[in-house]
Design a protein around this ligand. Structure first.
Ligand SMILES: [Zn+2]
Ligand SMILES: [Zn+2]
Ligand SMILES: [Zn+2]
Length: 330
C-alpha cells in the first residue's frame, strides 16, 4: 500500500485514520483519489460510527465503495460483534484498495455480465435444542460469507494452530475468497480456462469430495514443490485462490516496503508493483525484502512475516494470475 500523509500538516497517517493526531484535521479516505482528504463538507460512509469505516460515501449513496457490497452485517448492537466486524471491514478496505488499484470489475448488482460481488458477515447461530450451526467461510456465485469470529484474534489464532497453518489473517481471508469470485469472472467461460486447468488442475473434480479428502488425509508431503500452501492442494479452485491471494500479498507488500524506502537487494530499478511487467519482476524485488523483514522479525522474537518458498510451478501460476489481472489496468 502507498504511504499517507496529512494534507494539512504532512504528519504520517495510517490507512485506517479518520483524523490527524497532530493538527486535529478531520480526515477521510477518498477511494476515487486513493488518498486521505479533509472530511469537512464531505459525506462519510454510513458505517463510519458502527464499523469504524473511514472512507467517503460514494456520490449520492449512503455507503462507501467497499461497504456498499455488504449484504448482511452482524448485530453490531452487541459490542463484541461490533469490534470483530470493524476489524473485518478494515481488512476488506485493504482488499478494495488493491482491487481499485488494478481496476478489476466490482459489480454492485446482477445486471451486468457477472454476478454482484457481495458479503455476508455472520455469527454462529444456536438453534432451540442448543445445537450450534457454524457459519463456514466461503464463496458462492459472487457472495462471500465470513464468520465474524475470525475477527477475534484469539479465535483466529486457535483455528490457525488447529489447521497447522503458518499464516492466518483477515486480509488473507478476504484475498482468498475474492479470488474465487475472480475465477468466475476472469476464468470460467473464457479463453483462459484451458491454460488455468493445465497449471492448476481439472476443476471439474468434485469439490465437496476433494475437500473431505483433504481434511481426512492432509496434503501430500511434497506439496511445497508444486503449491504455495498445503491447503492449495485440496482442489484446483483452492490452488487458484491461494495463489491469487499470494499475488496480492506480494504486490501490496512490495508497494508498502518501497513506500517506506525498504529496498533490500535492489538496485535503482523501481516500478509500480500494481503495474508490474510480469510476476518475475515482483518476485525478484519482493524475495530479498521479505528475507530482510523476516530477519528483523526474528531479531524481535516474532514469527516470520513471510513464511513461504516459491517453487518453479508456483511462479508459473503467479505469472498466469498476473496475466489475468494486468489487462484491467490498461
Ligand atoms: Zn495534520
Ligand atoms: Zn464504508
Ligand atoms: Zn477457498
Amino acid at each position: 500500500m502507498k504511504r499517507f500523509t496529512c494534507p494539512s500538516c504532512s504528519n504520517e497517517l495510517h490507512f485506517s485514520n479518520d483524523g490527524c493526531v497532530v493538527c486535529g484535521t478531520d480526515l477521510a479516505f477518498d477511494p476515487a483519489r486513493l488518498d486521505m482528504v479533509p472530511a469537512a463538507g464531505q459525506t462519510r460512509c454510513a458505517n463510519a460510527e458502527v464499523a469504524d469505516c473511514n472512507w467517503l460515501a460514494e456520490p449520492g449513496e449512503r455507503f462507501c465503495r467497499a461497504c456498499r457490497h455488504n449484504r448482511t452485517v452482524p448485530d453490531h448492537g452487541i459490542e463484541e460483534n461490533r469490534i470483530r466486524w470493524a476489524a473485518i471491514e478494515l481488512a476488506k478496505r485493504q482488499l478494495f484498495y488493491s482491487l481499485i488499484r488494478w481496476n478489476l470489475p466490482l459489480p454492485v448488482d446482477d445486471n451486468g455480465p457477472w454476478p454482484a460481488l457481495a458479503f455476508d458477515f455472520l455469527t454462529d447461530e444456536t438453534d432451540a435444542d442448543g445445537k450450534v450451526k457454524p457459519v463456514l467461510t466461503g464463496h458462492a456465485n459472487g457472495l462471500i460469507t465470513l464468520n465474524i469470529a475470525e475477527g477475534d484474534d484469539a479465535e483466529r489464532e486457535a483455528r490457525r494452530t488447529a489447521m497447522g497453518e503458518p499464516f492466518r489473517t483477515l486480509v488473507g481471508h478476504m484475498r482468498h475468497e475474492v479470488a474465487h469470485y475472480y475465477w468466475e469472472v476472469l476464468v470460467r467461460n473464457t479463453d483462459a480456462l484451458d491454460q488455468c486447468r493445465r497449471l492448476f488442475g481439472d476443476d471439474s473434480e468434485d469439490y465437496g469430495e476433494a475437500l473431505q479428502r483433504h481434511y481426512a488425509n492432509g496434503a501430500p508431503n511434497d506439496w511445497p514443490q508444486s503449491h504455495v500452501s498445503s491447503y492449495a492442494t485440496a482442489h484446483p479452485w483452492e490452488d487458484f485462490a491461494e495463489t491469487f491471494a499470494h499475488w496480492m500479498h506480494m504486490v501490496d507488500g512490495l508497494e508498502t516496503a518501497w513506500a517506506y524506502g525498504i529496498n533490500a537487494g535492489q538496485g535503482a530499478l523501481r516500478f509500480d508493483p500494481y503495474a508490474a511487467p510480469g510476476a518475475q519482476s515482483v518476485i525478484d524485488a519482493w524475495v530479498p525484502v521479505s528475507i530482510a523483514i523476516n530477519a528483523v522479525n526474528r531479531s524481535l522474537g516474532q514469527p516470520d512475516l513471510y513464511p513461504f518458498v516459491l517453487s518453479a510451478p508456483v511462479i508459473d501460476k503467479l505469472q498466469f494470475i498476473h496475466g489475468l489481472i494486468a489487462p484491467w489496468r490498461a
